[in-house]
Design a protein around this ligand. Structure first.
Ligand SMILES: Cc1ncc(COP(=O)(O)O)c(C=O)c1O
Length: 375
């Protein structure tokens, strides 16, 4: 059987990895400044992560959500403390799309309404409601068009007020910093306006922190740069450092009832052990602060490269904008300088999304290679 051919592939075959270093099948070493779409948060094969998963595997890897699971409870407890979101409850699933799907469903249950406000250039995943709130008609199949979604520009106060004060909306969903779209984020005033208007109109505010969460922006959650408190927060990617896991943090004011949400695999013992290991390493190695500090260092280096016209993002969630399309530059970086970087919907943007424990030396190596690749 062949693979269903939906991914354009680079001709690289990684076979092992450690930290931000990745080796291919020919023994060539690469530096991973992309973490496989912002997934690798604490570095590949981190020894504590490997041990935690191995230990759990020896004990019990999986049982369904029909029995007590102390590992899941320990994770909820630790996540509440690490994120400063102790007044939320945790529902676990397996991916970012699934997290947003459950977040939107919760909002609809809670309000009894169905319409959603999302933002232009958003990406929230590929499942039913999540893809409908994704501003990309190419990945919305006819079956997804049944959802009623209003796409608004960021920072348009009038358009937002007009939409939200009309009937039928259950949720506003926003990425605290847009990922796939190209690192745009609204102003603090707009965030606060959204939060205020959601409250006023009884609409649920969902912060999609699938990419920007878990310390990547230099705070545990990127919305925390703006002093707001969403009703539901969706998480995945960095949460498991490669282990497929996701979840939603639901404000304690929301009522749970048996059977309202559910999943077979979500919150299994192995996923929880992987997620606990990530939180332990974030704490032990002080990685949220490292992301903030290295983000600033990155910006000072970027300021010295005249070809870069704009630096977008926060912490170690960074986009470098050029006045040309970056596809060839990314090819040069990977094939000539052995460095992984990312792209965005904005074709002139190069994305830099490394593990949060990289060092200044790694950033220096990136800029040396970038300068050469730009010649
Ligand atoms: C902000 C955001 N939300 C949701 C998703 C979907 O996550 P997944 O691919 O795990 O379903 C992504 C993936 O890139 C994302 O960046």
């Amino acid at each position: 059987m062949k693979l269903f051919d939906v991914y354009p592939l680079y001709d690289v075959t990684p076979v092992s990895a450690k930290g931000i270093e990745v080796w291919d099948d020919k023994g060539q070493k690469y530096l991973d400044f992309y973490g496989g779409h912002a997934v690798i948060s604490i570095g590949h094969t981190h020894p504590h992560y490997v041990k935690r998963i191995e230990d759990q595997l020896e004990k019990i890897a999986f049982y369904s959500n029909s029995v007590q699971n102390p590992v899941q409870e320990a994770l909820a407890e630790k996540l509440g403390k690490a994120s400063g979101c102790e007044n939320y409850t945790l529902f676990m699933c397996n991916s970012g799309a699934e997290a947003n799907e459950n977040a939107l469903k919760m909002a609809s249950f809670h309000t009894g309404k169905a319409k959603v406000i999302a933002f232009r250039n958003s990406f929230h995943g590929r499942t039913s409601a999540a893809v409908a709130t994704t501003d990309n008609p190419k990945i919305n199949a006819p079956i997804n068009l049944q959802q009623e979604v209003t796409f608004l520009p960021l920072n348009d106060f009038d358009a937002f007020e007009k939409a939200i004060s009309s009937e039928g909306y259950c949720a506003v969903i926003l990425e605290a910093i847009q990922g796939v779209g190209g690192l745009d984020e609204p102003t603090t005033e707009f965030y606060q306006f959204i939060a205020e208007k959601c409250k006023e109109n009884g609409v649920v505010l969902i912060a999609d922190e699938v990419q920007s969460g878990y310390g990547r922006s230099g705070k545990f959650f990127a919305f925390q740069h703006h002093g707001i408190q969403p009703d539901i927060i969706s998480i995945a990617k960095g949460m498991g450092n490669g282990f497929p896991v996701g979840g939603i943090l639901i404000h304690e004011s929301f009522q749970a009832s048996y059977g309202l949400l559910g999943t077979t695999f979500g919150g299994n013992h192995l996923a929880c052990a992987a997620s606990l290991a990530v939180l332990e390493v974030l704490e032990d190695e002080n990685l949220v602060d490292n992301a903030a500090a290295l983000g600033l260092y990155f910006r000072t280096k970027a300021a010295a490269v005249p070809e870069i016209i704009r630096v977008k993002g926060r912490g170690l969630m960074i986009g470098l904008e050029f006045d040309f399309e970056v596809a060839d530059l990314r090819k040069k970086l990977i094939y000539d300088h052995y460095m992984f970087t990312g792209s965005a919907n904005n074709k002139k943007l190069l994305r830099f999304l490394p593990a949060l424990n990289i060092t200044k030396e790694h950033i220096d190596l990136f800029f040396e290679a970038l300068q050469k690749a730009l010649k």
